[in-house]
Design a protein around this ligand. Structure first.
Ligand SMILES: Cc1cc2nc3c(=O)[nH]c(=O)nc-3n(C[C@H](O)[C@H](O)[C@H](O)COP(=O)(O)OP(=O)(O)OC[C@H]3O[C@@H](n4cnc5c(N)ncnc54)[C@H](O)[C@@H]3O)c2cc1C
Length: 403
């Protein structure tokens, strides 16, 4: 590590969402001069620190524990001990038991707002981190010696120079575009409606995923005796569904999900998320790394987006060896370290989203047989389970835990 005063930072993280903040935690005490730019004000919280429910894979729980983030959660994570997958109109269903795979749980569910607050609390204990916040990045100029970043803060403009720029600035990444990295987009034509649901049967650690031609529906067990409910709705129907009152939505959700988790008693305030997949064509440019939603924005149904982005952050932090964090070999090693996990997770998430939405008869049959086989053929579910728990490709050290 060599200090070079021509630069304001060795590493500048653009974005203080879940992934940028997790990276800042992972770089605490690394010795690098780390800076972070985030547009939102601290008291408002980053836009992603909202009421969405996040299923965290075991690999993520291991890492967040090691980073001292998990102990700062206001509500402890609710474990997922089994997963029940079914599809309206298909005859197969599958029930995966963590205990049958030698695990106590596959993962656990937290509220994004509370995870954001826990990350915030952890970041305020990072003595060396320089936070530019609230500050808007207005321009990024690529430069082989280190990108130049213009920020607007307190009504004035400032220029920052860094040896490595990390674009963790979300799906519409300005840094990604400024470096000429294109992104492939696919609009699923769906809006996900997210809220809390209480039923007459308390959650017992089962996460339910139910697929239908109208879109996926999921119930995630939450602490406090209720579920996190996610319901995919065709985009053209979203405004109508979001406008339903509580009783109307409770009955709509019951009809979409069925009765497996009991009668819906109450529903909380609804939020709508239009779902578009965005995949960057490259992860790096000279002295730039793209990660998290800026690198890949996935359909939330597979619950992989943050889990994958966290592994992006951990891999980068782990690979920053040597004297120059932006050196070409460091970036090449990062791309290689992320290749398998990224490819397999993208294929899994997109495959799940597309296959489960296809209503043709052969697909019904294949899906039914597939679900039946998963539940009944020993060993068939093992790779799926390991992948969904975040153990794909080269697993970052902090994610391994006792696994
Ligand atoms: C309904 C829903 C459910 C989900 N469920 C799960 C789940 O169960 N499990 C899971 O793993 N994932 C899930 N996800 C995905 C997960 O929420 C995202 O992958 C994750 O939040 C991405 O974080 P990020 O930090 O990469 O991006 P973002 O959250 O988009 O953060 C980017 C940050 O950069 C800042 N920024 C952007 N541009 C600028 C600029 N020019 N100047 C300054 N700041 C800027 C923004 O203010 C923002 O804070 C879900 C997503 C949705 C929508």
């Amino acid at each position: 590590m060599v200090r070079d005063d021509a630069y304001d930072h060795d590493i500048l993280i653009l974005g203080g969402g879940l992934v940028g903040s997790a990276l800042a935690c992972a770089l605490d005490r690394s010795g690098w001069r780390v800076g972070q730019v985030e547009a939102s004000a601290p008291q408002a919280g980053a836009p992603g620190f909202d009421e969405r429910k996040l299923a965290l894979a075991q690999a993520s729980l291991n890492a967040l524990q090691a980073l001292d983030v998990l102990p700062r959660l206001a509500t402890p994570p609710a474990p997922i001990r089994r997963i029940h997958v079914s599809r309206a109109g298909d005859f197969g269903s599958v029930r995966l038991e963590a205990a049958e795979h030698g695990r106590e749980a596959f993962g656990a569910v937290v509220l994004a707002r509370e995870l954001g607050q826990a990350l915030e609390a952890r970041l305020s204990a990072c003595g060396d981190l320089v936070r530019h916040r609230p500050a808007q990045v207005i321009r990024v100029q690529p430069d082989a010696d280190g990108p130049v970043v213009w920020i607007e803060q307190d009504g004035s403009e400032r220029r920052l120079r860094t040896r490595l720029l990390v674009a963790a600035d979300g799906s519409r990444s300005l840094a990604r575009a400024a470096h000429g990295i294109g992104a492939e987009e696919h609009d699923y034509g769906q809006t996900l409606v997210v809220c809390s649901v209480a039923t007459d049967r308390a959650p017992d650690g089962t996460a339910y995923e139910r697929f239908s031609d109208e879109g996926p529906v999921a119930l995630l067990p939450m602490a406090g005796g209720h579920y996190g409910a996610i319901c995919g709705v065709a985009r053209e129907d979203a405004a109508r569904v979001l406008a339903l009152d509580d009783a109307g939505y409770a009955s709509y959700f019951q009809q979409r999900f069925g009765w497996r988790a009991g009668r819906v008693l109450r529903v909380g305030a609804r939020g709508g998320y239009p779902i578009v997949r965005v995949v960057a064509e490259r992860l790096t440019a000279p002295r730039l790394v793209v990660m998290g939603n800026a690198a890949q924005t996935l359909h939330p149904i597979g619950a992989q987006g943050f889990n994958l982005g966290l592994r992006d952050a951990l891999s980068l932090a782990e690979g920053l060896v040597g004297e120059d964090p932006g050196a070409a070999p460091v970036l090449a090693a990062y791309v290689e370290a992320r290749r398998e996990d990224r490819e397999r997770t993208l294929a899994f998430s997109d495959g799940l989203a597309r296959a489960t939405a296809n209503g043709s008869f052969p697909m019904h049959l294949l899906r039914s047989l597939g679900l039946l086989a998963l539940g009944h053929v020993p060993g068939l579910a093992d790779p799926l389970v390991a992948g969904a728990m975040g153990f794909r490709g080269r697993v970052p050290v902090l994610s391994r835990g006792g696994a």
